[in-house]
Write a protein that binds this ligand. Structure first.
Ligand SMILES: *Cc1c(COP(=O)(O)O)cnc(C)c1O
Length: 366
């Protein structure tokens, strides 16, 4: 683990050509996820000889990259995702960045990349948002999405951990995930492909996991489903998670169940925050394996009342339909359930500064 220390200052190299305020305002009014980026990016370099060095914030722009850069061949890469929220008084905050820093360090370890300290990780977010604070939108459920990532930049085709690495943070203003109100999604339960396997990289946030999920995701789309839920690779019987979101089941008696974190499930910050809020609200919370066969029966009998997926981008997405080989069932009449919506409101109220932050989850950035 990283030890607390004073992080090095990020040297600021301002862009000579920031986007004019009028054009920025037009983009912020209707941002499409992941298509628009702010004027700057934070960056730190690493080599085996010098360690982490050259902490800077520089103009956003294309990277120079050798065609033999290791990441392009062997996918030695990790990333994170979190948001900066504008509060009613104009200040800008982020949510549990220490948790993302810790997960980034765990991902780095699994992908044989160097660990960045928690202090450096949090300071990189602060330094970028400080200079690009005007890019944080203020509309309802809008935010500035922060994307830290690290990749193997060494020019070398040999198969071993890279001796040169780049760490960057880019930021993208995003609109409300559900502009027309929260809408349940349909889920294809995938039996043929797996996202992760025991001993694999499922618990690390690495691009390779996402690459492996794209084909089943495209096939699910062809079958009329929005998202894929993967099953465990050992038995093919238990729910794991979606391609980029964890999954939970709300029983009719108010108990909430979610698969336990293993080395094939990514431990979501949203997941653990929701489990805390549910516990606070008096729900029984159980982290235990959920067998698909039992789940289908429990949906039919009404023992399961709601299902939802959770992650930073959408916060909580109700699951209205489960489809797979030989079944097609509706959950809660395909409408958002009351437990899902109550916790979603509470969590977003904390994130947007509309409700006391009793767990000290929020961290001021600007
Ligand atoms: C990022 C991610 C999640 C959600 O994590 P949050 O910290 O809640 O955003 C869930 N599953 C996978 C596979 C992920 O990559």
């Amino acid at each position: 683990m990283s030890t607390p220390s004073t992080p090095p200052a990020f040297e600021l190299h301002r862009t000579d050509t920031p986007l004019p305020a009028g054009e920025r305002a037009a983009l912020l009014a209707e941002p499409r996820f992941g298509t628009v980026f702010t004027d700057h990016m934070a960056r730190v370099s690493w080599t085996t000889v010098d360690g982490w060095h050259a902490y800077r914030v520089e103009p956003y722009g294309p990277l120079r990259m050798d065609p033999a850069s290791a990441v392009l061949h062997y996918a030695q890469e990790i990333f994170e995702g979190l948001k900066a929220y504008r509060h009613p008084d104009g200040s800008v905050w982020t949510f549990r960045p220490q948790a993302n820093a810790a997960r980034f360090a765990r991902s780095a370890q699994r992908l044989a990349l160097p660990e960045l300290s928690e202090a450096d990780f949090v300071e990189s977010l602060r330094a970028l948002v400080d200079v690009d604070r005007d890019w944080v939108p203020s509309g309802e459920e809008t935010s500035l999405y922060l994307r830290p990532f690290m990749y193997a930049s060494e020019k070398f085709l040999g198969v071993r951990a890279s001796h040169e690495v780049e760490y960057l943070v880019i930021a993208s203003p995003v609109g409300a995930y559900f502009p027309g109100g929260v809408r349940p999604v349909s889920i294809w339960v995938e039996k043929g492909y797996h996202r992760a396997s025991p001993g694999g990289t499922g618990a690390a946030k690495c691009g390779g996991n996402y690459a492996a999920s794209l084909l089943p995701q495209a096939q699910a789309h062809e079958r009329g489903c929005d998202q894929v839920c993967f099953l465990d690779a050992s038995t093919g019987s238990y729910l794991e998670e979606l391609g980029g979101m964890n999954v939970m089941v709300v029983d009719a008696d108010g108990t909430v169940r979610t698969p336990p974190v293993t080395d094939s499930i990514l431990e979501g910050v949203t997941r653990s925050s929701i489990l805390q809020l549910l516990t606070d609200a008096g729900h029984e919370v159980r982290e235990e394996p959920i067998a698909l066969a039992d789940l289908l029966t429990d949906i039919e009998t009404g023992a399961v009342a709601e299902m939802f997926a959770c992650g930073t981008a959408a916060v909580m997405t109700p699951i209205g339909r489960l489809v797979g080989d030989g079944f097609d069932v509706t959950v809660n009449g395909s409408t958002p359930g009351p437990v899902t919506m109550a916790i979603r409101t509470e969590l977003t109220d904390i994130q947007y500064g509309r409700r006391p932050d009793r767990h000290a989850w929020m961290r001021r950035l600007a």
